[in-house]
Design a protein around this ligand. Structure first.
Ligand SMILES: [Zn+2]
Length: 164
């Protein structure tokens, strides 16, 4: 850390970013460099102290392990992502179907309400016609009774008249 100066600006006058070296000699060692990726000013100094021999041996080995694991795991992740995408597509598809069914149901229910109302209206009409018919029949019965009574009276009067 003895080389570390603050605030670090490169020779271009821009704030210098913290970068990490991954060379075999300095694996994982941080440094300040130029902010420009191309055509920079070659500004450079290490942030971390010089690395010990053991770190120089072990870190690239660990890096290789990580790389191998990534190669092993990445295809699995890709497969899982594809499966997930397929499942999501299926879910969207069935959501669409359900919405359609819901609309059809809603239409049928509203239609059946209309039909029910019409049927009730018909029922009310039939009931009132039935009442009118019953009233008419009872009036007819009364008329027949009156007629029969009248004929009986005439018969009786006739019989009395001819007997005397
Ligand atoms: Zn620069």
């Amino acid at each position: 850390m003895e080389n570390y100066r603050f605030p670090p600006h490169c020779f271009c006058g821009v704030l210098s970013p913290v970068l990490t070296c991954w060379s075999d000699d300095n694996p994982g060692r941080r440094y300040h460099g130029c902010a420009r990726e191309q055509g920079g000013c070659n500004f450079f100094f290490w942030i971390d102290p010089e690395m010990c021999t053991r770190s120089v041996e072990v870190i690239p080995e660990l890096k290789r392990h990580i790389h191998n694991l990534e190669e092993l795991v990445m295809p699995m992740l890709v497969d899982e992502a594809e499966e997930f995408e397929e499942a999501a597509t299926r879910a969207r598809e069935s959501e669409k179907n359900l919405s359609f069914i819901l609309i059809v149901c809603w239409f049928l229910i509203s239609r059946s309400k209309v039909v029910m109302n019409e049927m009730q209206e018909q029922k009310r009409k039939l009931e009132s016609e039935n009442k009118a018919l019953q009233a008419y029949r009872s009036r007819e019965k009364k008329l027949w009774m009156a007629l029969t009574l009248t004929w009986a009276c005439i018969g009786l009067w006739h019989a009395l008249m001819y007997r005397s």
